[in-house]
Design a protein around this ligand. Structure first.
Ligand SMILES: [Zn+2]
Length: 314
């Protein structure tokens, strides 16, 4: 595994839970280590869906309860992705207008200074037990949604929604491929090692039209191209196949790596970094982008995953 920053270490979680539980047992009951002034998990919202789509928003929250320590470990980045919670809710509403589709949605209302859910548990919580409760609830719900989708529909996709502050106003789609890896030719994108790094490698090898990985990343049916067709510039896409050398770009993080097919299985994942102008900056922008997103994701699922997008009864 060559990715340097995902740190997919479930063993760390187990050890850390155990050591906390063990410490707790060793304390006198009248002197708990942790102040019981709130429940970190109560800041996580889960909407159960009925279709093979998961939306996650980890950095959009603004709540800063004092009883959760501020994160200062591992050069913690604490910038909030403004209006991404609101954007996700607009997407839910726009999907409902397309019939009765409901995505699985996992939202975090805590500010990033309290928990970073797009990092491994240790770095994301800096060891704070309240922060850990939020972390475990958020990731537990994603896992539950992923399991339900696997059982009901056999495959699906997770879109991890973020907001970037880069100068170039366009959507950045992260498939766990660094910018220099996107600048290679299509043949290289379609083979190991790059194919084996991809967060959509399952559908790249099992799609309805037998499209290649490169076609799914930047061909006519790529998610970025479908967004571009709806009027929202996106990279990678047919028109913008890769970022230029001097252009900053987010290639995807912990959630995309953990729940997408980079880690095996039949769930793919894309990190969607939204620019501010015309996408997040007003209610009208968010409604317009949500409508474009829904048209694009439904077409993407219908073209590549399912002849007809399935829906469960509950
Ligand atoms: Zn973010």
């Amino acid at each position: 595994m060559r990715r340097r920053h995902y740190h997919l270490l479930p063993i760390v979680i187990i050890i850390s839970v155990c050591s906390f539980a063990c410490k707790q047992e060793a304390q006198e009951p009248t002197k708990p280590i942790i102040p019981t002034s709130g429940d970190g998990a109560s800041y996580i919202e889960y909407l159960k869906g009925n279709m093979p789509l998961i939306l996650t928003v980890s950095h959009g929250g603004s709540e800063k309860p004092e009883w959760i320590k501020n994160r200062v470990c591992q050069d913690a980045v604490n910038v909030q992705d403004e209006f991404t919670l609101e954007l996700a809710k607009e997407i839910v509403d726009a999907l409902a207008e397309n019939g009765t589709y409901k995505p699985f949605v996992i939202l975090n209302k805590l500010h990033r200074s309290k928990v970073d859910l797009n990092r491994n548990r240790l770095d994301g919580t800096c060891g704070d037990p309240h922060s850990q409760k939020a972390y475990d609830a958020f990731h537990g719900f994603i896992q539950e949604a992923k399991t339900r989708i696997a059982q009901q529909f056999s495959k699906g996709i997770l879109i991890d929604i973020h907001g970037h502050g880069h100068e170039v106003q366009r959507i950045e789609l992260g498939y766990l491929l660094y910018e220099e890896e996107l600048r290679v030719n299509d043949d290289a994108l379609n083979q190991a090692p790059l194919l084996s790094y991809s967060s959509i490698q399952h559908i790249a090898q099992n799609n309805l039209k037998k499209l290649t990985h490169a076609e799914l990343v930047r061909g006519p049916s790529a998610f970025g191209t479908l967004l571009q067709n709806q009027g929202f510039n996106s990279v990678p896409s047919k028109d913008i196949p890769y970022p230029q050398i001097d252009e900053p770009y987010f290639s995807g993080g912990y959630i995309t790596a953990t729940y997408g097919s980079y880690s095996g299985g039949t769930m793919d994942a894309i990190q969607m970094e939204c620019n501010r102008e015309q996408v997040r900056d007003s209610v009208a922008s968010r409604k317009a982008f949500a409508k474009a997103f829904v048209a694009s994701i439904l077409e993407y699922l219908q073209t590549n995953y399912f002849e007809e997008i399935p829906q469960s009864k509950d």
